[in-house]
Design a protein around this ligand. Sequence first.
Ligand code: ACO
Length: 333
Amino acid sequence: MGSGKRICITGTGSYLPERIMTNQDLEKLVDTTDEWIETRTGIKERHIAAADEPTSAMAAEAGKRALVDAGVAVEDVDVIICATITPDRILPSTACYTQHRIGAKNAFCFDVAAACSGFLYALKTAEGLLVANGYKTALVIGAEKMSAFIDWEDRGTCVLFGDGAGAVVLTVGDDSDAGSRGLLSSVIKSDGEYTDLLTYPAGGSETPASEETLKDKLHFLKMGGNTVFKHAVRCMGAAAEEAVSKAGLTKDDIDCVIPHQANLRIIQAISDRIDIPLGRFYNNLERVGNTTAASVPLALDEALKNGRVKKGDKVLFVVFGGGFTWGATVVEI
Ligand code: ACO
């Protein structure tokens, strides 16, 4: 990194709502089958938040768990960044709601909207604040209530997504400290040419909410799944390779890959492309579906808690989402 500072993940936490919706449950809602969903995506079930459980409630729970895991007092949090495309409200930020829920009085708070790539964008932003701006502790959260933005009559999207949250505590170490080497490299990219392929068409300043937009269901997520699929494989593969080489490593040094959990076929294609066997990937999409910005931190927390990822491991995160946005980060845990 060159600054002498190392930015380390010192705690993780996650939260999944209690209610589970299986593929069989979806068979009763739309014209689909368990077999189609599982073979096309790898997903078997997902968690769905309660009606009175907004995104910030899940973000706060994951955040609190990460702070306990890190042994950091809530007053010591300097910044909360929440990656989400399903905010409690457009105004104010979900990070501010989360701050209030956890009582992090001394933090400044803002959201990052980069769809399924949001967590890596937030991580990169937090790293910059800690390296260059003198802050010491960041709480970086990915949290989504996708179920509130899904058209439950659209079988092309409603079978894919789930709700949940994941969080990490980032703190500053320096080169004299023992322990983790922290964030080693990241590659963050966007291409605004494809904004229409993953979008909520209405409800913003371009097409404000109206009776007509409600009738036409333009507030729900629309996705050109097939084109997204092809771009995801190409972009994630290239970003993963670039991040590994930027970290001065080779693919053989990577102990675990935690990819965005959108589709097992995408993950298989990335594994083939970057030549790291699927066995070295950590996947939980079978149980949680695509939780958008929560996907990577949720999987990371699980992998640490169940021993799949251990202290000292080098982990590669790789993501792709609406925008288009994509990226990869290598971290030594
Ligand atoms: N059940 C049964 N049939 C279905 C369903 C369903 N749930 N959904 C679609 N089909 C049908 C289609 O209508 C189509 O039928 P047709 O051939 O008669 O027209 C057929 O299945 C094939 O549809 P495709 O869209 O071509 O299916 P595909 O194999 O591409 O899988 C999927 C669709 C799962 C959405 C895939 O394209 C995908 O995973 N895309 C990428 C998603 C992603 O990575 N998103 C990025 C992150 S999301 C974010 O940023 C918020």
